[in-house]
Design a protein around this ligand. Structure first.
Ligand SMILES: [Zn+2]
Length: 86
C-alpha cells in the first residue's frame, strides 16, 4: 500500500483564510436616513452624528447620536436598540 498525496481531498478544509480586513464605513450621509430618536432619559431630540456600517457579514449598522444633557448614544439598526455609547 502506498500513500497517495491527493489535492482537494478536504485535508485543508478546516483552514480558515484570514483575509479581508475588518473595514468599517463611516458616513454622515447613509443611504437610508438615520431615524429620529428621543433621548430615553430626558426626552430631548437626539442630534444625529454619524453612521457606521461594518462590511462583515451579517452587515451591521450603527447610528451615533448625541444628547446635549446625557451625552452620546448609539442605535443598533439590527436589534433596534438605543443605548448610551460610553
Ligand atoms: Zn438626554
Amino acid at each position: 500500500m502506498t500513500d497517495i498525496l491527493r489535492d482537494g481531498d478536504g485535508i485543508n478544509a478546516g483552514e480558515r483564510p484570514r483575509r479581508g480586513k475588518r473595514s468599517a464605513i463611516f458616513t454622515s450621509t447613509p443611504d437610508t436616513d438615520a431615524p429620529t430618536l428621543m433621548c430615553p432619559r430626558c426626552d430631548t431630540l437626539l442630534t444625529y452624528k454619524e453612521t457606521v456600517i461594518s462590511g462583515v457579514k451579517p452587515i451591521e449598522r450603527w447610528d451615533y447620536f448625541y444628547c446635549p444633557a446625557c451625552g452620546p448614544y448609539v442605535y443598533r439598526e439590527r436589534t433596534r436598540t438605543l443605548r448610551p455609547a460610553t
